[in-house]
Design a protein around this ligand. Structure first.
Ligand SMILES: Nc1ncnc2c1ncn2[C@@H]1O[C@H](COP(=O)(O)OP(=O)(O)OP(=O)(O)O)[C@@H](O)[C@H]1O
Length: 799
């Protein structure tokens, strides 16, 4: 068998060598393009220089791309029977999925008619025969789809492991084991014990890996689902939802690069998950065209740095806030309450009203925000709008008093138009009132003369400094930050939230807004306010011609032309509001207000929504589902379910299933594909010794696994836990329970299940998330609150 293995490895090595020779030819072509671009530069005209820069830029992209693809470039191969109709597609491969009727002889023997190699990008030989098929091309689909139950034309599916330019091994799966197949007259061998298990057993690092070499059939269906309307994917922990979502983004770009280039937004629940998944798309050859953003970082310039306590996030996330914000956006023009009127005082208003406010703890991690008990500083909001307007027009002093001004403001604010767009209307109403006061209208009967007079009256008034200063103070351009700052005043918020929030909710929300830094839930409020307030129109800039438009080259490597600089610029300009495709990861966690924010970014988009209701940390999943339905509108949905857990061994999955039965009775757990034989470990500790025990358990796990160890604690213990583990090195991470979402580690320590479960109304589901993060080993440390039995198994994890 060793001989056969060596022979098969050398067959693949020959193929890989051939691929590299071809790639080198392509690199020379790219270098030629760059040299050519350099000579153009010597012409010296601005146009030629710009063109040279553009060519160098373009050729540089090709070079980078080719060089980076060299690592693990080629990973698969399929050996296929003759296709039914014998037709070949544009990539040189047979198009038929089913074999020809006579492809298998009566004695169960057959000849291999076609061998395809699958890689990260497609490479054609000089004669246009396919050396490597892009994993996203239709011809590669059987590599992922074929199963022994439904093999199609595939006889043997091979995963090729390589490092740099060297083939290290091959792993085969026979899709038609009953068949004796011949390739060039020799019997087709099958080697190894499957690539999937090898991939799943590998140690984890702090970055997610792509799964191109081992995508499973049910996952492939989702990845390649047509991008019409909404693709909705549900599946338990570890079923590959995040992996599938990322591969789908790469697939869509391949399918229709022009439509999707730069226009795909992936919304992730935490900055930690963004950092964890960021490398996957570049490894798939897609860089720069997809924006992966945490839900707390969707508004430019206002990154969330804290979490609200559950009672506050429940209010801020709820769609009740919509009414409050609409009221606030209009009410804020009235300014803060007069002296002696306010109970709360707009503390921290300077923070939210100014341009800062995105500071906070570093490392992309969020802290659980402590609400301040004391004022954080003097109020910095202006004293309030002026209550009297005085101008001189046509040589007369004219005056409008508070009551009249109030009436004008109310008239201007009527309807639902964005407040910032109503300023011209307010200005016009002021002028009307002043004009009426002046009595000039009654002096002329001739309408033409009256209109002329009025126009010069308006000019007279509006050029007066007093009027300009008044208007700026009386109807300032409002910013979302400013309005949120005003809402930190309990008294004012109470007015905005009358009959919507109860006094306790008002107190808590106002207090949370006086804290330094924005919370994840504040970001959706800022975004909503931006829509409610609107942005006054500003003059548009003229667009310039882009020499990149003229460049072409290396077509077979880039099956569809990449976007030009101009298209890119246009896209970037729009990107804040609109994307062509929106992928929502961990969708079960979006609050109604967050769904509205995300919905605005994909009003004309197609969507992929992946989630697991059993992992929802939102207390009212029904309300969130209603908001999701509103964001997605009436678009038809295609539903998929992922059913296999690739992350947890069955020993850990079985334990987690006990919490699932409490959190969501009747919900089925996904099936774990492997077992390690290592049962979860239980440790009991007095509260005083918690830190020491957790540290010792984490250290023990570091010895037992090669990769990472995650220690999951209740949110309020997060910083404490970081101190316990400070000297254990980079392989160990301390996480608050909400931060564990989507992440995975070789081993985890879950600290006090009861504490995690009690921390919020969705606590049991949050605990379920915490228990499903490990790929190898799990230790549960219990305190007295967990009511452990004699074996140390806490109450919540017993049958
Ligand atoms: N086909 C596959 N081949 C190899 N590894 C896979 C495959 N599918 C999933 N995995 C691995 O299983 C793990 C879980 O995948 P992923 O994080 O995408 O699951 P998930 O459904 O998003 O989980 P959760 O809901 O817990 O966040 C990852 O390490 C992923 O690489």
């Amino acid at each position: 068998m060793a001989d056969v293995r060596d022979r098969e490895i050398s067959v693949e090595q020959d193929h890989l060598d051939q691929v590299y020779r071809r790639l080198e030819e392509k690199i020379h072509e790219a270098e030629f393009l760059m040299r050519d671009a350099a000579t153009r530069g010597q012409v010296g005209t601005p146009g030629a220089l710009a063109e040279r820069d553009a060519q160098v830029f373009r050729a540089g992209i090709h070079l980078n791309r080719l060089n980076s693809e060299f690592e693990d470039f080629l990973f698969g191969r399929i050996d296929l029977l003759l296709g039914k109709d014998g037709k070949k597609g544009a990539d040189g491969a047979y198009t038929s999925v089913e074999p020809a009727d006579d492809a298998v002889r009566e004695d169960n023997t057959a000849d291999i008619a076609e061998t395809l190699h699958i890689g990260r990008i497609g490479v054609l030989d000089a004669d246009y025969s396919p050396l490597v098929i892009d994993w996203r091309a239709p011809a590669a689909a059987p590599f992922y789809r074929s199963t022994p139950v439904d093999p199609g034309r595939v006889v043997r599916r091979r995963v090729i492991r390589s490092k740099g330019r060297k083939v290290l091994g091959v792993e085969d799966d026979l899709m038609r084991p009953e068949l004796t197949a011949y390739l060039n007259g020799e019997e087709l061998p099958a080697l190894g014990d499957g690539a999937l298990m090898a991939a799943l057993g590998q140690a984890r690092s702090h970055s997610m890996r792509d799964i191109v070499a081992s995508i499973q059939a049910e996952q492939d269906l989702v990845i390649r689902a047509p991008a019409a309307s909404v693709t909705y994917v549900e599946g338990g922990p570890g079923t590959g939802k995040t992996a599938v979502a990322l591969h789908r983004a790469a697939y869509l770009l391949y399918q229709d690069r022009r439509r999707y280039a730069g226009g795909i937004l992936i919304v992730s629940p935490t900055p930690l998950l963004v950092a964890y998944t960021e490398g996957v798309l570049p490894s798939l050859g897609e860089e720069g065209q997809v924006a992966i953003r945490a839900v707390g970082a969707l508004v430019d310039g206002a990154e969330a740095t804290v979490y609200d306590e559950p009672a506050v996030s429940r209010v801020k996330g709820s769609s009740r806030m919509l009414k409050v914000l609409r009221k606030a956006a209009r009410g804020v023009l009235e300014g803060p309450p007069r002296q002696g009127d306010a109970a709360g005082g707009a503390r921290g208003a300077g923070r939210a009203g100014g341009s800062g406010g995105s500071g906070g703890p570093g490392g992309g991690q969020l802290a659980f925000g402590e609400d301040p008990q004391e004022p954080a500083g003097p109020p910095t909001e202006p004293a309030g709008p002026p209550t009297r307007l005085r101008v001189v027009a046509f040589g007369r002093r004219l005056e409008l008093e508070a009551e009249e001004l109030g009436r004008i403001r109310r008239a201007a604010l009527g309807g639902t138009a964005p407040v910032n767009l109503l300023r011209p209307r307010a200005r016009k109403l002021l002028l009307d009132a002043l004009w009426a006061r002046s009595g000039a209208a009654s002096r002329h009967n001739d309408p033409e003369l009256a209109a002329e007079l009025r126009s010069s009256f308006d000019e007279d008034v509006t050029s007066e400094d007093d009027f300009i200063a008044f208007l700026d103070a009386w109807w300032p351009e409002l910013t979302p930050r400013g309005v949120l700052a005003a809402m930190s005043d309990e008294k004012r918020l109470g007015r905005f939230a009358r009959r919507v929030l109860n006094p306790g909710e008002v107190r808590k929300v106002a207090r949370s807004l006086r804290r330094e830094g924005y919370s994840v839930h504040d970001i959706a409020l800022l975004d909503e306010l931006q829509t409610i307030l609107g942005t006054p129109a500003r003059p548009k800039k003229k667009r310039e011609l882009d020499p990149l438009d003229q460049l072409t080259g290396l077509d077979e490597l880039m099956p569809v032309r990449e976007e030009t600089q101009r298209e890119r610029a246009e896209r970037l300009a729009q990107e804040r509001v609109e994307y062509a495709h929106v992928i929502v990861d961990e969708a079960q966690d979006l609050t109604p207000m967050q769904w509205r924010m995300v919905g605005r970014r994909g009003r004309h988009a197609t969507w992929t929504v992946v989630g697991d209701p059993a992992q929802s940390s939102w207390s009212d999943p029904d309300e969130a589902a209603a908001a999701r339905d509103e964001a997605l509108g009436t678009r038809p949905r295609r539903r998929f379910e992922l059913t296999v857990n690739y992350r947890n061994p069955s020993e850990i999955a079985d334990l987690a299933a006990k919490v699932l039965a409490l959190a969501m009775p009747g919900t089925e757990s996904p099936k774990a594909v492997r077992s390690t034989g290592v049962q979860p470990r239980f440790a009991v500790v007095s509260d005083a010794g918690l830190g020491r025990t957790v540290r010792a358990e984490a250290a023990a796990l570091l010895d037992r696994v090669d990769g990472t160890v995650g220690v999951v604690v209740a949110m309020r213990r997060r910083e404490e836990a970081a101190r316990w583990l400070a000297d254990l090195g980079e392989r160990v991470v301390a996480l608050g329970s909400l931060e564990a979402k989507g992440l995975e580690y070789d081993a985890t320590v879950v600290v006090s299940p009861a504490e995690i479960a009690d921390e919020s109304p969705a606590g049991l589901r949050v605990l379920y998330v915490a228990l499903t993060r490990a790929t190898q080993q799990l230790t549960v440390v219990s305190g007295t609150a967990d009511v452990p039995n004699a074996d140390g198994v806490p109450d919540l994890l017993r049958d």
